[in-house]
Ligand binder design. Structure first.
Ligand code: FUB
Length: 512
């Protein structure tokens, strides 16, 4: 099936000058909500459709992406749509997912019934990437048109809070089950002392607070970060020594100017010792107010706990880890891509599709080690002529280290493993997969790839410096890295029951 292509490959050259913000190029991904689970950072996003209907938000499902290095993002598909909620006839606006006691609770904004009045729903899963189910069969909160943009937080004493709202900030105390609440709906007194004074006053909105709240706690201080007004939305924040306020207005974090979108939506999280600020822009080619995309910046809190002003960059964060090419890497893992799409089904999971001549994928900080790679294997499928994947270093026209040939495999999801020799891939590199083929049609689909190391260098160089014998990486069977460079016994301790890949070999864990 040919998918709609949001970024024409004729733009490939122009895109190569851009660095890696926005972080996803295959879909429009507004309203980011980051979550750390084990060794992985997940970002839950909305999805602005490629075709906007009635010049308004056109949003039907939510998407998930993950990373362990802050530069290469794996597309985890779309495990939730408004259709999951029987009570919803449409609309999939801002949402946030949080783990508790081995389950994942995804709070969403969805339209109630056939009208478009929003309500807050919750979906639950045993896994961060689903499948998610609606345990209630009805909205968790449905009181007015203000009910959008849930943000959720569990305090150190175990009490969970849900905040939401436009143009007022509402909150409830969630019960331990995370799917009910006690004490009724509270509404915050929207004073300028708490949320600042709006420069263009309007009757309903005296303060800067508009929507998109994001709550977190750091060093005993509670932070309420939010999309502010007037339009185009800047991001502002307030702090308090209690989770429910009163809040003190602290000022603007990000300007509303030049984002290419009249809305914005914040998410702040700490990961591997660094602070990250997620937001959205209209800066992807073809983007705008109804086609927004997740971007991220690294930042440090000021010594007094305040948040500095943060600018928008094309580059995004630096890598906090390297990518191990000797493990299975999903095709849909990318630092940047041009001209292609991803797609998923129950049999194949997510894979790369709509690949045409000159499309490419960039991966950053790929660590081939000093000994380098001797071959590469890829799982591909083609109903047509096939083509090649050129493996290049540094840029899409950089030095070629090998070429994978793909023929007709008998179907667009008839996956076949193909292997080819590689030479000259050593050290830490930006790796480009450059797709070539004749004609203008789709060439083939890509599911995953994996390099094989040269015999002389089967040990990861980082490990040589530490303990070459006993440090291992642990991956899930589907290739998500859970732990890296740990002693084998530490790496396996505390894992749930299941089969894991330890340095590429399957190991059964009996569970805790
Ligand atoms: O994405 C739809 C709406 O736009 C969200 O719910 C708001 O936060 C704004 O980003």
């Amino acid at each position: 099936m040919r998918s709609t292509r949001s970024i024409p490959s004729v733009l490939g050259l122009a895109l190569s000058c851009l660095a890696d913000n926005p972080i996803v190029q295959t879909y429009y991904t507004p309203d980011p909500a980051p979550m750390v689970w084990k060794d992985t950072l997940f970002v839950y996003t909305g999805h602005d459709e490629d075709v906007t209907v009635n010049n308004f938000f056109t949003m039907n499902d939510w998407r998930v992406y993950s990373t362990t290095d802050m530069v290469n993002w794996t597309d985890r598909g779309s495990p939730l749509s408004h259709k999951t909620f029987n009570w919803s006839g449409g609309k999939a606006w801002a949402a946030q997912c949080i783990p508790r006691d081995g389950k994942f609770y995804w709070y969403v904004t969805a339209g109630k019934g056939t009208g478009s009045q929003p309500a807050i729903g919750v979906a639950v899963s045993d896994n961060p990437t689903g499948p998610f189910k609606d345990p209630l069969g009805k909205p968790l909160v449905s009181q007015s048109w203000d009910d959008i943009d849930p943000t959720v937080f569990i305090d150190d004493d175990g009490q969970a809070y849900l905040f939401w709202g436009n143009p007022k900030l509402y909150w409830v105390k969630l019960n331990k089950d995370m799917t009910s609440y006690s004490g009724g709906v509270n509404v915050t007194n929207m004073t300028t002392a708490q949320f600042g004074t709006r420069t263009k006053d309007n009757a309903e909105r005296k303060t800067t607070y508009e929507e998109g709240p994001w709550i977190f706690k750091r060093k005993g201080l509670y932070y309420m970060v939010y999309a502010a007004g007037p339009l185009p939305e800047p991001i502002g924040y307030s702090t308090s020594n209690k989770p429910t306020g009163p809040w003190t207005y602290r000022g603007e974090i990000m300007s509303g100017a030049n984002t290419g979108s009249f809305t914005n939506h914040p998410g702040i999280i700490e990961y591997k010792g660094k602070g990250y600020f997620f937001y959205h822009t209209g800066k992807l080619p073809g983007g705008g107010g109804y086609k927004r995309s997740t971007a991220v910046e690294e930042f440090s809190f000021n010594a007094d706990g305040t948040i500095p002003r943060i600018g928008m960059s094309d580059k995004g964060p630096n890598p906090v880890d390297s990518l191990n090419p000797f493990q299975r890497v999903e095709g849909e893992t990318m630092a940047f891509s041009s001209g292609l799409k991803t797609q998923g089904n129950d049999q194949s999971g997510v894979y790369v599709t709509s690949i045409h001549n000159n499309d490419w994928i960039k991966l950053r900080a790929v660590d081939f080690g000093a000994g380098g790679a001797k071959s590469v294997e890829a799982s591909v499928a083609s109903a047509g002529q096939g083509g090649t994947i050129e493996l290049r270093l540094g840029s899409q026209t950089g030095r070629s280290v090998g070429t994978i040939s793909v023929g007709n495999t008998g179907g667009a999801t008839s996956w076949k493993s193909v292997t080819t020799t590689v030479s000259g891939a050593t050290g830490v590199q930006d790796l480009y997969l450059v797709f070539k083929g004749s004609g203008t049609g789709e060439l083939f689909n890509l599911d995953w790839w994996r390099f094989a190391p040269n015999q002389t260098e089967s040990v990861h160089p980082a490990r040589q410096a530490k303990d070459p014998e006993s440090l291992v990486d642990v991956y899930t069977a589907s290739g998500t890295r859970l732990r890296s460079n740990r002693r084998r016994e530490d790496a396996l301790r505390g894992l749930d029951r299941g089969v894991y890949l330890v340095d590429g070999k399957p190991v059964a864990v009996l569970g805790r």
